[in-house]
Design a protein around this ligand. Structure first.
Ligand SMILES: NC(=O)c1ccc[n+]([C@@H]2O[C@H](COP(=O)([O-])OP(=O)(O)OC[C@H]3O[C@@H](n4cnc5c(N)ncnc54)[C@H](O)[C@@H]3O)[C@@H](O)[C@H]2O)c1
Ligand SMILES: [Zn+2]
Length: 511
């Protein structure tokens, strides 16, 4: 048998076999004998080469072409195997993928269907001290087994590329650099402006170039993104495109990115004046949520993040809505930090920040996990995202993402009221809560023309249906496909009137 038959990547199997060989031969210098003992490699492959029934390439009758095959790995080679032919000892080498074959509809050729389930798994983990050098979760936390961690620790090459939002880098760059240095890692920080206006292919390609320059070892050096939703979305896309999928880690630093942009699979950039028109569904290998970053976030950006939390509350969690209603101002004042005597509170808030963030994440992943690639077009998480993308892009940079979402939600709540699915008192409670969260509830550019064109886009991309998530009570929602134009128009008038009264009310209060 020649050396060329050694399966080079099967080192574990080879060394196990070699151990057996050494035991048998009584040798104490196993390494030296690896090649000498090579003939004993044979038992490594107990699978006998078996004559599998292959799918027919030519068949006598049409129905003989119609077959489904499983895939079994034998000696590094995948084989199509008829489902009935897979033996018990082969079960652990059977792929989850399936190939079926049939005659093409015009009977002039074969047609193959491939069913290949792709599995993603990633952890979203709360941390309180992510950049404390004694906590190595940012370095090794994405690894899943103790063996992987041991191998990573033993790897002499210790470096990471960290892509950061420029503002975040100004505030936390030194801390990040120190964190890695004290952990014996060389850290390359690539900082760039990441705003909605610069969320484009140019910025994303700059990130891709930085990745290329860093030249990561794909499996062991995940790219770390630290910043708001724009930064995370762009790094996610650049990493996904780089060598077709380079692992990346998300560290959100704004409220919006902490509860929303970091927890799902979506990445993207704005393109051709359309929000997130270029993107991919590839989740990170890990997400670390550390609320201490929020201390430096502006009040308006905190309020902006509240928009996405309120979305989940209105769609499916009444208790979350009531927490926002009661503690919204307190959460803004205390910047989502834990209760503490220095924050001069009376203890009545009961660490509401932890509860609100957890409920926001839980409700969000409950909706995202079963539909990571958004195959199912009926999505409650789309609430507030029907008209807002067009509005946000139209008035850029006047409205932040969560603010545009909130304006959309306010309008849709009035639609729900006009449909008779929300009472006036429920509608008023929602609008008051939005105001308490310091979110805008109306924008003059969000007129019937914009709504009509946004809904047309929605029809086009949602299989010809509106699929509008609408609240039908506090913390309950349904998807609507048929909202009469008169209702939409009536809602616009009611919305304008109600909003005007809220603005007047607010002015009175602030006097
Ligand atoms: N991928 C998704 O599923 C998803 C979901 C929701 C939103 N998004 C996207 O997220 C983006 C909005 O994210 P965002 O609201 O975080 O905006 P952002 O990324 O623009 O950040 C907002 C501002 O806060 C600054 N900043 C960030 N962290 C800070 C910190 N800790 N201290 C001080 N300043 C800080 C940034 O410099 C920026 O100026 C949108 O582009 C939206 O499309 C994506
Ligand atoms: Zn959003």
């Amino acid at each position: 048998m020649s050396l060329f038959h050694i399966p080079l990547h099967s080192t574990v199997i080879a060394s196990m076999n070699h151990q057996d060989a050494c035991l048998e031969s009584g040798s104490s210098t196993p390494e030296a004998e690896l090649c000498v003992e090579f003939p004993i490699m044979e038992p490594l492959y107990p699978q006998k080469k078996k004559a599998y029934n292959k799918p027919p390439i030519y068949a006598e009758t049409m129905d003989q072409y119609e077959t489904s095959y499983k895939l079994v790995r034998v000696k590094d080679t995948w084989n199509c195997v008829h489902a009935d032919d897979v033996s018990v000892d082969e079960q652990n080498r059977v792929s989850e993928s399936l190939i079926s074959q049939r005659l093409a509809p015009d009977n002039n050729g074969l047609s193959w269907s491939i069913e290949a389930p792709i599995r993603f798994s990633y952890n979203i983990t709360e941390c309180t001290n992510l950049l404390d050098p004694s906590n190595d979760v940012l370095i090794y936390g994405h690894l899943t087994t103790p063996e992987e961690v041991a191998a990573a620790k033993a790897n002499p090459k210790k470096r990471r590329l960290v892509v950061m939002d420029e503002t975040v880098s100004d505030i936390y760059g030194d801390k990040v650099e120190q964190y890695f240095r004290l952990n014996g890692f060389e850290c390359t920080i690539f900082a760039l402006e990441t705003t909605e206006e610069t969320k484009n292919t140019e910025s994303m390609l700059k990130i891709a170039e930085a990745i290329n320059k860093f030249h990561p070892e794909r499996r062991s050096e995940p790219i770390i993104a630290i910043g708001g939703g724009v930064c995370l979305d762009m790094v996610g896309l650049a990493a996904t495109l780089f060598r077709r999928r380079t692992p990346y880690i998300r560290v959100p630093t704004t409220l919006l990115s902490l509860v929303d942009a970091s927890v799902g699979a979506k990445t993207g950039v704005n393109f051709c004046e359309c929000k997130n028109k270029l993107g991919a569904y590839v989740p990170p290998v890990a997400v670390y949520l550390d609320r201490s970053f929020l201390i430096t976030v502006s009040r308006r950006h905190l309020s902006n993040g509240m928009g996405e939390i309120l979305k989940m509350a209105l769609m499916k969690h009444r208790e979350l809505f009531e927490l926002l209603e009661t503690h919204g101002q307190y959460l803004l004042d205390t910047q989502f930090q834990d209760d503490s005597p220095s924050l001069s509170n009376d203890g009545s808030h009961n660490n509401v920040a932890v509860k609100v963030v957890r409920l926001a994440i839980q409700t969000m992943i409950e909706e995202l996990a079963p539909n990571l690639w958004e195959d199912d077009l009926d999505r409650l998480v789309d609430f507030g995202h029907l008209v807002s993308p067009a509005l946000e892009m139209k008035v850029l940079p006047a409205l932040y993402h969560g603010e545009a979402v909130n304006i959309d939600m306010a309008y849709m709540c009035v639609v729900a009221y006009e449909l008779g699915r929300l009472s006036l008192s429920q509608l008023k409670r929602i609008l008051s809560c939005m105001q308490a969260l310091e979110l805008p509830i109306y924008h003059p550019y969000c007129d019937s023309e914009l709504v009509k064109s946004a809904l047309q886009t929605r029809f086009k991309h949602s299989g010809g249906k509106m699929r509008a998530p609408i609240p039908v009570g506090l913390g309950e929602a349904e998807i609507f496909n048929d909202i009469p134009t008169e209702v939409l128009e009536r809602a616009e008038i009611t919305w304008r009137q109600l909003s005007a009264s809220y603005v007047q009310e607010k002015r009175k209060l602030s006097r």
